[in-house]
Write a protein that binds this ligand. Structure first.
Ligand code: FPP
Length: 247
């Protein structure tokens, strides 16, 4: 089935689909706590939902999906939880490489991946290389990612060019900034979804979400589903996006 057929079958308009969806996957810990389980169980179920979302977005023909999997602040969590998240990530990279390849999905990361454990970095490099020519969809995993860190990194790079005489300060534009972010060359998110009822951005894609439509759902990430994503997309398609202008 083509992605347009899938979109139409679910009552969506193929001409008003977002180019880039970003998701803040929140609520794994609370999902586990409600069941008196260890938080790691919540992350395990969360990883299954990651798989489902990648599949669904691919079926819907979404060009870019960006998932906030591990923030710079998440390093402050208990060592055992960080270790469990790294293990899940590595398992995901190993188990999904075939599916990513088969479904023509390019795997990419945003963030300071050099801070991740060596074995995770190796898995990331393998999957990136394996999928680099795929053009059906880009899956960005934000890992050891922080929006402010990304901005500082961009400022340092541009300042370096100015300092070395390769660029005039006056010539800096929005494009210059965008070209020095982890998302260089990608369209900005049109839609940002956060699960678990929290109404915060939590240092995610601070520059890129300037005009994104924001959706907050009370659903905890492990309960998030294809059906709910489709409901959110219907709502998104009804929103009028004016970018500060009048219609
Ligand atoms: C937030 O829930 C979630 C995270 C910090 C990590 C997201 C990780 C996954 C969805 C699973 C692993 C990911 C991949 C890509 C395999 P929380 O722990 O802050 O929940 P809480 O606010 O209820 O405590």
């Amino acid at each position: 089935m083509s992605s347009d057929d899938f979109v139409i079958e679910h009552g969506l308009n193929p001409e008003r689909m977002p180019n880039h969806i970003a998701m803040i996957m929140d609520g794994n810990g609370r999902w586990a706590k409600k069941r008196l389980w260890n938080r790691v169980k919540g992350h395990e179920k969360g990883a299954e939902v990651v798989r489902e979302m990648v599949r669904t977005c691919r079926k819907l023909g979404i060009p870019i999906l960006t998932l906030y999997a591990f923030s710079t602040e998440n390093w402050g969590r208990p060592k055992a939880e960080v270790g469990a998240l790294m293990l899940l990530l590595r398992r995901f990279l190993v188990s999904e490489q075939d599916e990513l390849t088969r479904n023509n999905i390019r795997f990419n990361t945003l963030g300071q991946t050099e801070h991740l454990p060596e074995d995770v970095q190796v898995s990331i490099d393998i999957v990136k290389k394996l999928t680099r020519d795929n053009d059906g969809m880009t899956l960005n995993l934000a890992l050891s990612y922080g929006g402010r860190e990304e901005i500082i990194r961009m400022v340092k790079r541009i300042a370096g060019m100015v300092e070395s005489g390769h660029m005039a300060a006056d010539a800096i534009t929005e494009r210059t900034v965008a070209d020095h972010l982890y998302t260089m060359g990608m369209a900005d998110p049109d839609l940002l979804i956060r699960t678990s009822g929290e109404m915060r951005i939590s240092n995610f894609l601070l520059w890129q979400i300037a005009y994104a439509e924001l959706f907050f759902t009370r659903t905890l990430w492990p309960d998030f589903s294809e059906a709910e994503l489709i409901r959110i997309l219907k709502d998104f398609q009804c929103r009028e996006r004016r970018y500060g202008r009048v219609n």
